[in-house]
Write a protein that binds this ligand. Structure first.
Ligand SMILES: O=C(O)CCC(=O)C(=O)O
Length: 199
C-alpha cells in the first residue's frame, strides 16, 4: 500500500503519515453508507462564556466507559462498536501499529461545517497519543502547522488514512476550515486511545 511519510525537503517535517488509498473505492463507498446509519448529533459547546452549537455533527463509538470530554464542555459517551467500525479499527492497527479504544465521527454537512485550530490533548487519551483519521465523501482541506508556524494543506481523499503520530498533539495544531465552495457531505472518523473505561 502506498504510504507517504511526510519528510520531503520542500515541506516542513510533519509528524504524520498519510495513506491516500487506505481503502479502495468500493470499501470506502460501503463504509460511507454504514456511516449514514450512525447516531449523529449536533452538540453544544461552551466557549468564551457563551454556549453555541458545534459546527458539525458528531458521534462516538468505543469500549464501555471510555467517555471523552473535550473543550471542558462536550461530553461524548461511546456507543458499542459496530462490526464495521471494529473491523476498520483492527485494520488501522495492523497498518499503523497503534491501538485504539474509541472512534469519534465528525460529519461536515456543507462547506460551512468546520473545526477550528486545535490540538487533541485530552488527558483521557494518555501521554502522546497517536490519532488515526479516515476520510470519506467530499474532499476537504485539512491544515496542520507547528505551534507558531506555517500551515501545510492536505486534501484528504475518500478512503484515505492520516495518522497523527505520538508527539504531534504537543507540537502541532490542525483544522478543517470553512469553505465557500459548494461541497457535499464529508465524514471523518478519528480513532483514539483511551486510558479509562472497562478492559
Ligand atoms: O475532520 C478532520 O479531518 C479532522 C477532525 C479533527 O480535527 C478532530 O476530530 O479533532
Amino acid at each position: 500500500m502506498q504510504q507517504l511519510t511526510l519528510f520531503p525537503e520542500s515541506v516542513p517535517t510533519l509528524p504524520v503519515n498519510y495513506y491516500p488509498e487506505f481503502l479502495n473505492k468500493e470499501e470506502a463507498d460501503e463504509l460511507y453508507q454504514h456511516c449514514q446509519e450512525l447516531q449523529w448529533q449536533q452538540n453544544q459547546i461552551r466557549m468564551l462564556g457563551k454556549t453555541m452549537l458545534v459546527p458539525r455533527l458528531e458521534c462516538i463509538y468505543g469500549d464501555e466507559g471510555c467517555d471523552y470530554l473535550y473543550s471542558k464542555s462536550v461530553l461524548l459517551k461511546p456507543l458499542p462498536w459496530t462490526d464495521a467500525l471494529a473491523k476498520l479499527r483492527d485494520r488501522i492497527t495492523a497498518t499503523a501499529g497503534y491501538n485504539f479504544r474509541i472512534v469519534i465521527g465528525n460529519q461536515y454537512r456543507s462547506g460551512q461545517d468546520s473545526i477550528g485550530w486545535h490540538n487533541d490533548s485530552e488527558a483521557s487519551m494518555g501521554f502522546n497519543p497517536a490519532i488515526a483519521s479516515v476520510s470519506l465523501g467530499s474532499v476537504r482541506k485539512f491544515q496542520i502547522k507547528p505551534i507558531g508556524g506555517k500551515p501545510t494543506d492536505f486534501w484528504l481523499e475518500h478512503g484515505s488514512l492520516l495518522v497523527m503520530l505520538p508527539g504531534c498533539q504537543s507540537t502541532h495544531l490542525h483544522q478543517v476550515p470553512k469553505t465557500n465552495k459548494v461541497v457535499s457531505t464529508r465524514i471523518n472518523l478519528t480513532f483514539r486511545p483511551h486510558v479509562g473505561g472497562k478492559r
